[in-house]
Design a protein around this ligand. Structure first.
Ligand code: G3P
Length: 225
């Protein structure tokens, strides 16, 4: 189990061109240098094809965006746990709103991550889903109302009750499961509000990736902690 100090910033690279290929590596290096300057834990979530190079060239913790609930064999186009493991992943997101999974499949892949002492960050879309996935004892539950993703409207302002509700319910199930929140988070103020609501960090994307200067945006994100 990774011992991570709060607060935590997880940057989902998604499939933006600004965070793909060579630019994925540059972004990972920005995360690395902001982590060094600020002392805040930064985690990269690049596309599968960029993981190996980022792990070779930086020391940043790196998650896969998704792992399929499959065994080795004939599964063209899938993300196999074993291959990602040999690429150097430190864990994975699971059940992102843009890559939803069935409950039984989340459980299966989450168990593989837990059994290998890797980071599992299960995304949820509402408090009920947060409760269901918290029972699987992942390292993180990340609450992200899908309608706010990519809008720049921060969940910490638009739906604080969903963040607080997730924190309350998840902690009743297992106080060691860390709760993150995401959707529309981009500024230091958004992050400070998220922490005030009880979140232990944020999962974010466009506010940093599409900023003119992502490193500056990251520094601003952690400026009010
Ligand atoms: O996984 C992070 C994400 O879905 C939030 O996206 O662009 O609203 O920060 P964004």
């Amino acid at each position: 189990m990774y011992k991570l100090k709060n607060p935590i910033v997880i940057l989902n690279f998604k499939t933006y061109l600004e965070s793909s290929g060579e630019k994925a590596l540059n972004l990972a290096k920005s995360l690395e240098s902001v982590e060094e300057e600020s002392g805040i834990t930064m985690i990269a979530v690049p596309q599968s094809a960029d993981i190996y190079r980022i792990k070779e060239e930086t020391s940043i913790l790196t998650l896969a965006q998704h792992i399929d609930a499959i065994s080795p064999g004939s599964n063209t186009g899938s993300n196999l746990f074993e291959t990602l493991l040999s690429s150097g992943i430190d864990g994975s997101l699971l059940n992102h709103s843009e890559k939803r999974m069935e409950l039984a499949d989340i459980d299966l892949v989450n168990s593989k991550l837990n059994d290998n002492d890797l980071i599992s960050c299960i995304c949820s879309n509402n408090v009920k889903t947060s409760i269901a996935v918290a029972t699987m004892n992942p390292q993180f539950v990340a609450i992200e109302p899908p309608e706010l993703i990519g809008t720049g409207i921060p969940v910490s302002q638009a739906e604080p009750e969903v963040v607080q509700g997730t924190v309350d319910e998840v902690k009743k199930i297992n106080k060691d499961v860390k709760v993150l929140c995401g959707a529309g988070i981009s500024t230091g103020e958004d992050m400070a509000q998220a922490l005030e609501l009880g979140a232990e960090g944020v999962l974010l994307a466009s506010g940093i990736i599409r900023a003119d200067d992502p490193k500056k945006a990251l520094l601003d994100l952690v400026s009010k902690i």
